[in-house]
Design a protein around this ligand. Structure first.
Ligand code: MN
Length: 736
């Protein structure tokens, strides 16, 4: 418990600060109603009562200081009230609902946004994290004031960083340099950015900071003397020309000097332009007039004149820059800009913001659009891939921002699935992904992720990606990874087929494949311009070369094939394909229209069952693959429409066929669940081939392989299982 004396001291301190706040708001926005601010102060005081900061000061000082920074930005009472309340949801028992009740929707919305940002963990060292944050902010910031409060919050935390332990200092300072200062920069807020950078630099690299500081201090006196002389010369010249302008001189910021040292790889005593001048004019024309006068007095350094007035920087910064050299050889930099441009350079988005008051609505939308644009433009100034990034402007709202259970941000395209999430974590995680939990609940792999989802990927070692994933993934990364895997393994399969075809062909000559010498195979492969025997086998498997031709090159001339063996006429392909692709007797339930004798097999990607609309596709050397009409691969295959062929289910009632179909049931893990599911299945007189369950957090995924006669049969079972209480979804897995 604080003593009475302490309480009085606390109150005196915060009351003084609060008066200062009101004074500043009144000065900047005389017509504003201060009631909301008073109320927020009372509320904040009540809820932070008894809390102290690491400095030992009452906690209330912090929200007050944040509000003061906001008042300096000329923010409106809503923003300042939100600033006073910004930590109340995080650090006290107050909820957003309470805030909404007391202060209305706008304040509550902003406080909620600030609280959300505070919860993101930016600790990961990847460079991408900064980018993620930027996007994160865009996703959450439908009110610019959220960012401004966060920046004000960070500024005060940096100003009082000395009270924290070294480890926390490092973490917070680094975050400030990597994330918050760049955001301030992107929003054109030069003043806050400068202070954040210098404060951050001081903690992140204290030695370098000290060196620069000392170098600046050592040259401060002669530098200031030089600047005041130069300043006088220029003021006189401007006066002569009848131009009214403010001439300022300044020592450059510590961090910007440091950056220059690093960039130019020079020692601190080699930096000459620690000093700079600024001329603030009353009109745009005067800017150019001033530039002319300056170049008349001093010699400009070639290539250093930059016209950011005609060509504003992406964050709307405008100024003329030039470097000149005095007659005794001292170079210095001068910036020339109007009052309005100056305000923009210092305050950025906040400078714009204050011109518009009133309800947050269409204008805010515009500001947000502006923010997005600024952030976007700024981003790729040094990116060679500029076209792509410009394109991304349009893609932005199309993204969702999800989290790992540890709080790392994962940015994915809209409608991305857990598979996309898995691949963005690691390729292997993607390949072995078997399921996912979103916000603690099991979901199907095709589940669409939303912003704010916490996603946990369930993997199974040895699990393999499936071609149907291509139809549900949204990110190009996952698409490429899956395709790459499939190509790699397709080749393996092609090699296997090639071998079997050669074997089959060779058997006609009573030759076993192993009798064929490796160097012989190598020779023939070379004949075809291929590197290795495997390439040759793959070529046969893909149908590029015929097994017979290849064999002819392999075996001694004059060998006669045996009399046509049984099955040889339909080609070795049929049985080979059956073996390799697991084709079964049910295939003949499908007929190729007009071609009764063509080899058909049910595509493994979709395993169509009787009753489904099917399409045929002529493969290279493997016969006709029959896909379900809605199979994702059908679309992919259609780039060669000439290979499409009409197929239909044969009306063959004499041989009742059944197909193995795999279902996954997503359900609660409760007593009796499995029994109810199997009851539904056995009621429809269906054979269960296999059943497997995985459980976690009271949720279960149950994989069931059933013998299914046709589509209707399957639909009955799915509908039956879906009706069981606690079953969330039933999904047919294309692959078995
Ligand atoms: Mn805070």
């Amino acid at each position: 418990m604080a003593t009475l004396r302490q309480q009085i001291a606390t109150t005196a301190l915060t009351v003084t600060k609060f008066r200062e706040l009101l004074k500043r708001v009144k000065a900047n926005r005389p017509t504003d109603d201060l009631e909301l601010i008073r109320k927020a102060y009372d509320f904040s005081q009540k809820h932070h009562a008894g809390q102290t900061r690491a400095s030992g000061e009452p906690y209330l000082v912090h929200p007050l200081e944040v509000a003061l920074v906001l008042a300096e930005m000329k923010m409106d009472p809503v923003a300042i009230a939100a600033g006073l309340l910004h930590d109340s949801v995080e650090d006290t028992s107050v909820t957003v609902v309470d805030i909404r009740k007391e202060f209305g929707e706008q304040v509550a919305h902003i406080v909620e946004g600030v609280t959300k940002i505070s919860k993101i963990d930016f600790a990961t060292r990847e460079e991408a994290q900064a980018e993620n944050l930027r996007k994160m902010m865009l996703a959450m910031v439908d009110d610019i004031r959220v960012v401004l409060i966060k920046l004000a919050d960070r500024l005060h935390n940096m100003r009082t960083l000395e009270h924290l332990d070294p480890e926390r200092q490092q973490k917070i300072a680094k975050e400030t340099l990597e994330i918050f200062a760049p955001i301030a920069h992107r929003l054109g807020m030069g003043k806050i950015r400068g202070e954040l950078e210098d404060l951050g630099f001081r903690y992140v690299d204290p030695i370098a900071y000290q060196q620069v500081r000392e170098a600046v201090e050592a040259r401060r006196k002669p530098g200031e003397a030089f600047l005041s002389k130069v300043q006088q010369v220029l003021s006189d010249k401007l006066h002569e020309a009848g131009i009214t302008a403010k001439v300022e001189s300044r020592i450059k910021r510590v961090y910007s000097i440091h950056r220059k040292l690093v960039r130019q790889r020079i020692a601190v005593d080699q930096v000459y332009d620690l000093f700079a001048m600024r001329v603030i004019t009353q009109s745009l024309q005067d800017c150019y007039a001033v530039l002319g006068i300056i170049h008349n007095v001093w010699r400009p350094v070639p290539g250093r004149i930059k016209d950011f007035i005609a060509m504003p920087r992406p964050n709307f910064y405008q100024s003329l820059h030039t470097s000149v050299i005095t007659s005794d050889g001292t170079p210095f930099e001068i910036q020339i800009r109007t009052e309005e441009m100056h305000k923009m350079a210092e305050e950025g988005i906040a400078a714009h913001w204050k011109y518009k008051d009133g309800p947050v609505s269409a204008q805010d939308e515009q500001r947000l659009a502006w923010l997005r644009q600024v952030v976007e433009w700024q981003r790729d100034v040094s990116d060679p891939n500029e076209f792509l990034s410009t394109l991304k402007i349009d893609l932005y709202p199309e993204e969702v921002y999800t989290f790992t259970p540890k709080g790392k941000v994962v940015v994915l395209p809209r409608e991305a699935t857990p598979i996309d999430f898995a691949y963005s974590i690691h390729t292997e995680v993607g390949h072995s992904c078997v399921g996912a939990k979103v916000n603690g609940r099991m979901v199907p792999l095709r589940h669409k992720l939303h912003s704010g989802d916490i996603v946990e990927i369930l993997t199974q070692p040895g699990h393999k990606p499936s071609r149907d994933w291509l139809a549900i993934v949204k990110s190009s990364r996952s698409r490429n990874k899956i395709k790459h895997w499939l190509n790699l393994h397709q080749r393996e399969r092609a090699i296997e087929i090639g071998r079997k075809l050669i074997e089959k062909e060779a058997r006609k000559y009573h030759i076993a494949l192993k009798e064929l010498k490796d160097d012989e195979l190598q020779r023939v492969a070379s004949d075809y311009g291929l590197g290795r025997p495997d390439d040759l086998m793959a070529g046969i498997g893909y149908g590029k070369y015929s097994a017979r031709q290849v064999l002819a090159k392999l075996i001694p001339s004059g060998s006669e094939p045996l009399a046509e063996a049984e099955g040889a006429k339909t080609g070795g392909i049929a049985s080979v394909v059956r073996r390799v692709f697991g084709g079964d007797q049910n295939n003949n339930a499908i007929r190729v229209k007009g071609h009764g004798d063509l080899l058909v097999y049910r595509a493994r990607c979709c395993n169509p069952i009787r009753g489904e609309t099917v399409v045929g596709y002529v493969t290279r050397g493997k016969g006709v693959a029959v896909h379900a009409q809605n199979c994702p691969n059908v679309l992919n295959l259609m780039y060669e429409p000439e290979r499409r062929i009409d197929v239909e289910w044969a009306h063959d009632d004499t041989t009742p066929a059944s197909y193995p179909v795999k279902l996954t049931v997503f359900c609660d893990d409760r007593f009796g669940m499995l029994k109810q599911i199997t009851a539904v299945i056995s009621d429809s007189k269906t054979n269960i081939r296999n059943i497997e369950a995985r459980t976690a957090n009271a949720q279960a995924n149950i994989d069931i392989v059933l013998d299914i006669a046709d589509l209707k049969h399957l639909e009955n079972i799915i509908n039956g299982v879906r009706k069981i209480p606690g079953v969330h979804d039933v999904q047919r897995l294309q692959k078995i």
